[in-house]
Design a protein around this ligand. Structure first.
Ligand code: UT7
Length: 322
């Protein structure tokens, strides 16, 4: 049987850091409110020359180096992003060219904050069925470009960043299970109202900005994290106690704590980077994973549970023997 193994990890954060104190100077907010309600202290923001592809490229290079693979080894590139450089070509194609990879499939997946887990699910299926042997799965976002800096209810929440895993076919497990879901009825709770086909006049400013009914999203997010973790564990005939590390999407520390509590997982076994990165959507799980691998908490052989939730609503999980 062919399994899919994480062979390497890399991430990249833009150099520019914006702290809560910086935001206090430009909008009616406070460090205290942001930390209490979200756990966020600071976020990285893409500079003028940085794009989703440029930061995704750096994460990919680091992951490839970590895995010891070159451009000639890559036979699939999937980028989970809801902030692509441009409508087309896809961000995956732009990164493919810059890596010097030629020929294999490269495409973007838009599942908002669940984009990385959706992409992981897909790459896993390609590898298990022999359609690819070495895949790059990248979560990369420049959410600052769709942030309404005049809306304090959303502006304080988001950040930019990228993470990447190299997935390889292996005789050893690997990805043990993935589940992805969607329920489109919640469009109004979290969306960018304007866009190419509906037109940009839908927002007063004529731009494309994140709009969120935070409280309603919060409640659905907590309930969904709990349900999807149980679904994944049950599918493997396992126990929640089998999980060494819970690596959730990083939207809000309160959501992460509530989900961990419901699952009976102590915070010592939860990877949380939302304080340093804020919500980086599809990049948040690979960024958190990379940090915890680098600082030595996550080790080879550990069992990991990824869980993501985002606009759509979309949600998805993956259980992995690292
Ligand atoms: O990644 C995709 C999924 N996204 C999420 O999971 C995010 C889910 N939602 C959340 O994380 C939280 O709902 C928020 C952090 C967005 C908001 O926290 P909340 O506890 O739900 O606060 P709230 O929206 O109920 O607002 C409470 C108060 C309001 O004032 P009033 O009406 O009570 O007087 C807001 O106007 O806080 C006010 N407020 C702020 N005050 C200072 C909202 N934003 C700010 C701000 N600074 N930045």
């Amino acid at each position: 049987m062919t399994y899919t193994r994480i062979a390497g990890i890399g991430s990249f954060l833009p150099e520019k850091v914006v702290s809560n104190q910086d935001l206090e100077k430009t909008m009616d907010t406070s460090d205290e409110w942001i930390r209490e309600r979200t756990g966020i202290k600071r976020r990285h923001i893409a500079g003028a020359g940085e794009t989703t592809s440029s930061i995704g490229l750096e994460a990919a290079k680091r992951a490839m180096q970590d895995a010891g693979v070159g451009p000639e080894d890559i036979d699939l590139i999937i980028v989970g992003t809801c902030t692509p450089d441009k409508l087309f070509p896809s961000t995956a194609c732009i990164i493919q060219r810059q890596l010097g990879v030629k020929g294999p499939a490269a495409f973007d997946v838009n599942a908002a904050c669940s984009g990385f887990v959706y992409s992981l699910d897909m790459a896993n299926r390609y590898i298990k069925t022999g359609g690819a042997t070495t895949a790059l799965v990248i979560g990369s976002e420049t959410l600052s470009r769709i942030t309404n800096w005049e809306d304090r209810g959303t502006a304080v929440l988001f950040g930019d960043g990228a993470g990447c895993v190299v997935l390889q076919a292996s005789e050893e497990p690997g990805i043990l299970a993935t589940h992805i879901h969607a329920d489109g009825q919640y469009e109004d709770l979290l969306q960018v109202r304007s866009g190419v086909s509906v037109g940009y006049e839908k927002t007063q400013s004529g731009g494309a900005f994140i709009e969120m009914k935070g409280n309603a999203v919060f409640k659905r997010a907590v309930a969904t994290f709990d349900a999807m973790a149980r679904e994944t564990v049950a599918d493997l005939d396992g126990e929640l106690g089998d999980i060494d590390w819970f690596v959730p999407h990083q939207a809000n520390m309160r959501i992460i704590k509530a989900a961990a509590k419901k699952l009976g997982l102590p915070m010592e076994r939860v990877i949380a980077t939302v304080d340093e990165h804020a919500n980086t959507s599809g990049a948040s799980i690979p960024l958190a994973l990379d940090q915890a691998v680098r600082d030595g908490r996550i080790k080879r052989g550990d069992t990991l549970l990824f869980a993501a939730f985002g606009a759509g609503f979309t949600w998805g999980s993956a259980m992995i023997k690292y």
